[in-house]
Ligand binder design. Structure first.
Ligand code: NAG
Length: 261
């Protein structure tokens, strides 16, 4: 019988954290539970694992791991003070999905609230919506007790000034985003048909390469037995992709790397 699939994590330049539930997270011969996140953000992995060890749910662990990066501004690509928009404001996006129910909570273009993943969790648990955006997301966050704060920093203001000075006229094309929903779906389908996670990841990357040879991206795949793998599209400035792994076979968050194809 082909192994049952599980959700792969996909990234475009941001943090993605994937958690497969399992028995209590003590060292044992089972590779579950499994925590995976994109990029070498060790403290995020650790935070997710610790949350589980303290009896938290998978959702708690994903929220805790992402929140740790929001506070640390991992790489400058997560949390406040990151990539400002055209008007110079940093806005945040976050999403979490509960794998057993497929329920989703998400915020997009969230303004003036630092803990975007926390707000996404509230959208999941306290509304019938899946996605709240912009000022509506902020209003909802305020009603849930989140505090308004300036998300700009010296760094984000400098990024914006540089951008203005270079007089860029175009933003990233929206088409960059759309293939990534497809990647997740296709990777899961490959695993459902019996491919191991690494092969599933490589096959989806290869398919995207046909249409977007210069896309910047990687994918991590995991199956329900705790197997995982990753692949990335090789570019001159992106030849290896790093991700973090923590499972019961490991005593600490472990960075793994894959050569891009
Ligand atoms: C990770 O956590 C440690 C201990 O709390 C801290 O000293 C370190 O600065 C953190 N790493 C990053 C990249 O923020």
């Amino acid at each position: 019988m082909a192994p049952k699939p599980s959700l792969p994590a996909v990234l475009v330049l941001q943090l993605q954290l994937l958690l497969l539930p399992g028995p209590a997270p003590v060292r044992s011969s089972s590779p579950l539970p499994l925590v995976l996140n994109t990029w070498p953000f060790r403290n995020a992995t650790e935070a997710a694992w610790k949350t589980l060890a303290l009896g938290g749910s998978s959702l708690d662990a994903v929220e805790g791991g992402c929140a740790s990066c929001e506070v640390e501004q991992c790489d400058g690509t997560v949390g406040f003070g990151g990539s400002p928009d055209e008007s110079g404001e940093t806005t945040l996006d976050a999403m979490l999905m509960e794998g057993t129910t497929m329920n989703v909570g998400a915020v997009g273009d969230l303004r003036r609230i630092k803990n975007a993943i926390g707000v996404a969790r509230k959208v999941l648990e306290h509304t019938t919506h899946t996605l709240l955006v912009g000022e509506s997301a902020t209003k909802f966050a305020q009603s849930m007790g989140f505090v308004d704060e300036d998300l700009s920093t010296k760094d984000s203001r400098a990024l914006h000034s540089d951008w203005l000075a270079q007089n860029f006229v175009s933003l990233l094309p929206a088409v960059l985003v759309s293939p990534f929903v497809y990647i997740s779906y296709q990777a899961v389908e490959y695993m459902r048909r019996g491919k191991d996670p690494t092969t599933a990841c490589q096959k989806v990357i290869a398919r995207i390469q046909k249409y977007f040879p210069n896309f910047f991206g990687a994918v991590i795949c995991a199956n329900v037995t705790g197997g995982y793998g990753a692949a990335c599209n090789k570019l001159p400035a992106f030849t290896q992709f790093s991700f973090m792994v923590y499972n019961s076979l490991k005593s600490q968050p472990t960075e793994e790397k894959v050569d891009c194809i």
